[in-house]
Every structure is written in structure tokens, then in C-alpha cells.
Design a protein around this ligand. Structure first.
Ligand SMILES: Nc1ncnc2c1ncn2[C@@H]1O[C@H](COP(=O)(O)OP(=O)(O)OP(=O)(O)O)[C@@H](O)[C@H]1O
Length: 297
């Protein structure tokens, strides 16, 4: 069942077209990634879905409801990760959780969230005194305190050290295991690969691809080597090989499946001696660059 359905979403600011017909759906229980270069409309899209901005065209359904017309009922069932500036410096951790819990009809017990997110010993600490990682965990706990069916997380692990990032990923997997659908706006390829069931890649106000991270990366790999001696012929026709390019004695062969074994066996059979052999797997980052024409930053 789709918990979010966005069809032909359009939004302009003055003469700037920010969303130019965005469509996607998010299935119940999945972690859905939103990925794209800066300024391509990711935040605008998510804020329209949350009911915080009014679209100029298209339709949005969140749990079957229109986020503008049924704003209160939508907000009751979603959780949104706050940004740094949205909490006063001197609010205590428990006060923030208690306050946000009060906005919902059936919130979670925030004491449990303190334990789960490793904040129990910080319950009386003031927000302004927390470390970057603790603030981040508090924002996630606040997004979950309303016991939402859908949680929107933005820049989930920005500012966390590698260990804290891994710990956060594990907790987000538990959130999914608990049946919460997660929409994740991220700038980190490793995070998207690790967490997302499916990803929408945005570019210039459109969705240019939607697939699993592995599906986006594609099955094609690259093999590079330098020909030292012998004449290399017939590689193009080998099973799995999709392309061969040559510059002097440097060769790049692309292919799928077990093409590299076929190529090395072929070279050995024809007494072609090679050096500097490397095989690169195409990554999500390569796919991103190919789809958007921009490298990730
Ligand atoms: N309220 C606004 N008024 C005018 N222009 C806006 C407004 N909000 C966003 N924009 C512009 O709309 C475009 C898309 O912004 P948006 O924040 O949706 O992109 P994004 O993909 O989330 O970018 P980032 O990754 O940098 O957060 C940008 O060019 C931005 O400057």
C-alpha cells in the first residue's frame, strides 16, 4: 500500500520553476530516499508533502489525505525532523520531548525514546549544551515522539562521527522494523546505500530515476589494464562485455556478470600480457553523476 502518492507536483517561486512535474509514491514500511544536487527541489517537495507549503499544481496524498486540506489529520500521523535553529538553547531535553509529545493524541512514552536514543543521562541537560551528535539524536527522537506512521528525516547523520553514524543507521532500521515508513533526504551515498529500500533521484525539479540503490548503480562494471605484449583482438564479442575502449596500450572494458573472467581467460589464451589490472564496480555515486551531470558534494 502506498502511504504517500505524489502526482505531477508543480511549484514556482516568482519566475523560478522549482518543481516541474514531480511524481513518486512511497510504500508502507519502506525507507525511501530523496537524493539530488543542491537546489533541485528536494526540500520543497518534502515540505509540500508535509503540508508546510502549498503546491501550484498536481496532487499529493499522505495516508489517503490531502496535506493542505486535511492538515491537522496529516500532521497527527507524521513526524518531522527539526533543523538546528528550531529549538531554544535553554530548553531541557525532557522538556522538549514532553512539549512535542503534547502535540499528539497518542504519543509514545518519551522516557523510552530517551533510552533508545542514548539520551537518558542527558534528560536534564539544556539543548544548547548538547554535543552535535546528541542534538541530532534528540531531533530524531522528537520526530518519533508522536508515534508517527511516516517519519521525515533530513540530513540524518550530518555532523556525526563514523561510529555514531553507524549507530544511528541501526536505530533507523529498528524504526522501520517497528512499521514506521521513513522518508530520508540525504547527501550521503553510503547512507542511502545502507538504509534505503528505494531512492528517487531529483534533478532540476524533476525525478530522473526511482529504483533500489543496487538497481540505480546497475550491474555494469569496469575493467582497466595496460597491454604489455601481444595483440588484443576479439574482446568485444566475449560474453557479458558491453564495451571496449582503447587509448594507446591502456584498455577499458565494461561489462556485466562474470565478464572479467572471460576477458582474462581470453587474454591468456591469446598470450596477451597485461599489467595494472583493476576492476571497478559502478557505484551509486557513478549513477548519480550520470543522471544529474553533477558530482556529489
Ligand atoms: N521560499 C522561497 N522563495 C523563493 N525561492 C525559493 C524558496 N524556497 C526555495 N527556493 C528556491 O527553490 C529552489 C529549490 O530549493 P529546495 O530547497 O527545494 O532545494 P533542495 O534540493 O532541497 O536543495 P538543498 O539540497 O540545497 O537543500 C532553490 O533554487 C531555492 O533557492
Amino acid at each position: 500500500m502506498a502511504v504517500i502518492e505524489v502526482t505531477d507536483l508543480r511549484k514556482r517561486y516568482a519566475d523560478l520553476t522549482v518543481l516541474d512535474g514531480v511524481s513518486f509514491s512511497v510504500e508502507e514500511g519502506e525507507i525511501f530516499g530523496i537524493l539530488g544536487p543542491n537546489g533541485t527541489g528536494k526540500t520543497t517537495t518534502v515540505e509540500c508533502v508535509e503540508g508546510l507549503r502549498r503546491p501550484d499544481g498536481g496532487t499529493i496524498r499522505v495516508l489517503g489525505l490531502d496535506p493542505v486540506e486535511d492538515a491537522r489529520r496529516v500532521r497527527e500521523q507524521i513526524g518531522v525532523q527539526l533543523q538546528q535553529t528550531q529549538l531554544p538553547e535553554n530548553i531541557k531535553v525532557w522538556e522538549a520531548l514532553d512539549l512535542y509529545a503534547s502535540f499528539y493524541a497518542a504519543p509514545r512514552d518519551w522516557r523510552e525514546l530517551l533510552e533508545e536514543w542514548g539520551l537518558a543521562d542527558k534528560r536534564n541537560a539544556r539543548f544548547g549544551k548538547l554535543s552535535g551528535g546528541q542534538k541530532q539524536r534528540l531531533f530524531i527522537a522528537l520526530a518519533l515522539v508522536g508515534n508517527p506512521r511516516v517519519a521525515f528525516l533530513d540530513e540524518l547523520t550530518t555532523g556525526l562521527d563514523p561510529q555514531a553514524r553507524r549507530a544511528t543507521w541501526e536505530l533507523i532500521k529498528q524504526v522501520r522494523a517497528g512499521g514506521v515508513t521513513v522518508v530520508l533526504v540525504s547527501h550521503f551515498m553510503d547512507e542511502v546505500e545502507e538504509l534505503c529500500d528505494r531512492v528517487a533521484v531529483f534533478n532540476r525539479g524533476r525525478v530522473v530515476a526511482i529504483d533500489t540503490p543496487a538497481g540505480l548503480a546497475g550491474g555494469e562494471h569496469r575493467m582497466r589494464f595496460t597491454v604489455m605484449t601481444g595483440e588484443m583482438t576479439g574482446v568485444e564479442g566475449l560474453p557479458g562485455v558491453t564495451g571496449v575502449s582503447r587509448e594507446g596500450n591502456r584498455v577499458v572494458v565494461t561489462g556485466t556478470g562474470d565478464f572479467a573472467t572471460a576477458v582474462t581467460a581470453h587474454l591468456a589464451r591469446h598470450q596477451v600480457l597485461v599489467s595494472d589490472l583493476r576492476i571497478d564496480k559502478r557505484t551509486l555515486e557513478d549513477a548519480f553523476t550520470a543522471l544529474t551531470g553533477r558530482s556529489f558534494d
